[in-house]
Design a protein around this ligand. Structure first.
Ligand code: MN
Ligand code: MN
Length: 308
């Protein structure tokens, strides 16, 4: 329980930015899926600068269709909301159900972790030196909403959700940092407080430093976060941040999702281009909106100060 009280306009603002966080995951995914695995030069030749949700890409998606990044985020959000208290089990159950439906795309580390959960009930993957992919960081946003007001709790639960499939110090640290940036954005912190989260990460793992970014946008979580940080700290709108991110190509739907989540928390729903929100399926939009509000209303920041 937090002793803090939130003014009503503060509540409205935080709920709005929480919605924008989950919308950001989905629009970043839908936009970036078009350029996933492309090179920047290939994107330029084909699209100039990609700023419209047009579908296609290697998965041949319809415009507005989302992929594993959004689907796994939904599993995390639904798993949290359905439980009376924190429990990774319902999240893993939803991952298992999702995998059984043969999704269009699943990362190799995610698949292995979920299969081990199904076969052995193992809720925590064993340490894996190849486990530094971005598949845990891409789905951490709901945990940031749910633990708003307590960065220590965020760190613990972000790692617990990550370990269902990924057990690597760089993945763990990335999940904590993405979650921290989302939380600071939700609370209306200035950009320097988000940059401070990068500095805190770099102090532990210098390879994440985004200064001198080399343009590599791969599924290695270090490349992923450097791509996101570079775009986040060199732009000042939601649209420019996500556009810059996905036009790097590489793992563009995942970098787009993470950039979208942080930028959504920072800038709010009104900053997300209407044409992008309209491209999403209405039932997806409605569910993301409802889940975002439920998650922050369960958070330590709200639990003590807001009617349930
Ligand atoms: Mn994807
Ligand atoms: Mn991806």
């Amino acid at each position: 329980m937090s002793p803090r009280r939130i003014a009503p306009e503060g509540v409205t603002g935080i709920v709005d930015r929480a919605r924008a966080t989950l919308f950001g995951v989905a629009v970043g995914d839908a936009l970036g899926a078009t350029t996933e695995f492309m090179t920047p030069a290939g994107i330029r030749d084909r699209y100039g600068v990609l700023r419209e949700i047009v579908g296609g890409g290697w998965l041949k998606l319809s415009p507005g269709q989302v992929t594993d990044d959004t689907e796994m985020t939904l599993c995390v959000a639904r798993g949290i909301v359905c439980s009376r208290r924190w429990d990774p089990g319902p999240i893993a159950d939803r991952f298992a159900h999702w995998l059984s439906g043969n999704p269009a795309d699943v990362g190799a580390t995610c698949r292995r972790g979920i299969e081990e959960y199904i076969e052995k009930g193992r809720i925590e993957a064993p340490p894996d030196e190849k486990g530094a992919g971005n598949g845990a960081a891409m789905r951490v946003a709901p945990v940031a909403l749910y633990t708003l007001g307590d960065e220590g709790l965020l760190s613990r639960l972000a790692v617990e959700q990550a370990r269902i499939t990924h057990n690597h110090p760089l993945s763990d640290a990335a999940c904590e940092t993405v979650g921290t940036m989302i939380q600071r954005g939700l609370l209306g912190a200035p950009p320097r407080d988000l940059m401070a989260a990068e500095e805190e990460l770099v102090a532990r793992h210098p390879e994440f430093r985004s200064e001198g970014y080399d343009g590599n946008s791969s599924a290695y979580v270090v490349d992923t976060l450097r791509t996101v940080f570079d775009a986040l700290f060199s732009t000042d709108t939601f649209e420019e941040c996500v556009v810059k991110t996905v036009n790097r190509g590489g793992d563009a739907d995942t970098t787009g999702s993470i950039a979208g989540a942080i930028a959504g928390a920072r800038y709010g729903v009104a900053s997300i281009p209407q044409r992008w929100l309209q491209a999403l399926a209405p039932d997806l939009r409605e569910e993301l909106s409802a889940l975002a509000e439920e998650l922050v209303r369960k958070s330590p920041l709200f639990a003590g100060s807001s009617p349930r």
